[in-house]
Design a binder for this molecule. Sequence first.
Ligand code: NAP
Ligand code: F7E
Length: 329
Amino acid sequence: MPRALITGITGQDGLYLGELLVGRGYEVFGLVRGQSNPKVATVERLVPGVVLLEGDLTDLPSLIGAVEISQPDEVYNLGAISFVGLSWKQAELTGETTGMGVLRVLEALRIAGGNDLSRVRFYQASSSEMFGKVRETPQRETTPFHPRSPYGVAKTFGHYLTVNYRESYGLFACSGMLFNHESPRRGIEFVTRKISRAVARISLGLQDSVSLGNLESRRDWGFAGDYVDAMWRMLQQDTPDDFVVATGETHSIRELLDVAFARVGIEDWSGYVRSDPRFFRPAEVDVLVGDASKAREVLGWKPRVGFHELVEMMVDADLATEAAAADRH
Ligand code: NAP
Ligand code: F7E
């Protein structure tokens, strides 16, 4: 039975990846931080048989302990402060977790393995936010980086460190440069879920409006369930490499609003959306769109869920959740 260790198992991607790996016959170990983490019950429900280990990306000894206990064949480093907006307010914590956390996981593998890194395969959750103020469109593996937030800078550090451990120690290390991916499990602070939830609540009469920032920015949005499969495929190759994972389509926040409100029968959403300066960013990433040809050719990967289907899936899920919660009260 192959053994996988996932950091960030309580997050959106961790849950989908945990499900996928259990379905493929893995013994799954998940790092969980903090005391009485409220997400433990969800992980145990969705990832049957998972073994949860206490640890934190800011605490090297706990990472060494997690590696020693799990003896992993594959490590997926998904843990991070992942909300770009928060990364300006808590820049140091973001650097420590999203950036230095990568270093600590890599060092934990080296220390716990007695410098033998030949057995383990490592996946780093890199991000399209590294492209930031984009130098070319669409963005691919060779596009230069220009991150626009402390989050993007921290991810760029983690990316280069992953490449460096591959080159320095021969570690089978892959960096997945993933573009935005969403699902009904997305955190409510991200714009897709903020909108799907607000639309559901507005249509049920539970909320009057939603306050947003920049409606003009454009993103390449895919479905998280599709993207975790690309992570796994990277670690099954003969040689480690870095891959862009994206749909190749870009849409604005306005288009997202069009599709989400249309799902509940509202064509003109202008009366429901307010502009709030708190949600504008000090430096914006205006447009992202990825070229995933390499992932398609080498990994045989392609996205299955398109933009409309994704948004509608999220609105439908929030309608069901919000209606059930309203019924209980
Ligand atoms: P997410 O839902 O925000 O999950 C983040 C995970 O990191 C959570 O499990 C969280 O634990 C954990 N974490 C945070 N601080 C930690 C710490 N100090 N020690 C250990 N764990 C910690 O993020 P996601 O959307 O699943 O994304 C997974 C990874 O892919 C992240 O690294 C993200 O930056 C990256 N990424 C995401 C996207 C995307 O569009 N989703 C795109 C590119 C890259 P708690 O539950 O305890 O907070
Ligand atoms: O913002 C704009 C905002 O927070 C998308 C993370 O998973 O993907 C994600 O980062 C866009 C930005 O995601 C609001 O200004 C407008 O232009 O949903 P988001 P993100 O910043 O693209 C990348 C690939 C990651 O790696 C990250 O971990 O939407 N926007 N109004 C808003 N955004 C939010 N959150 N809230 C608003 O009210």
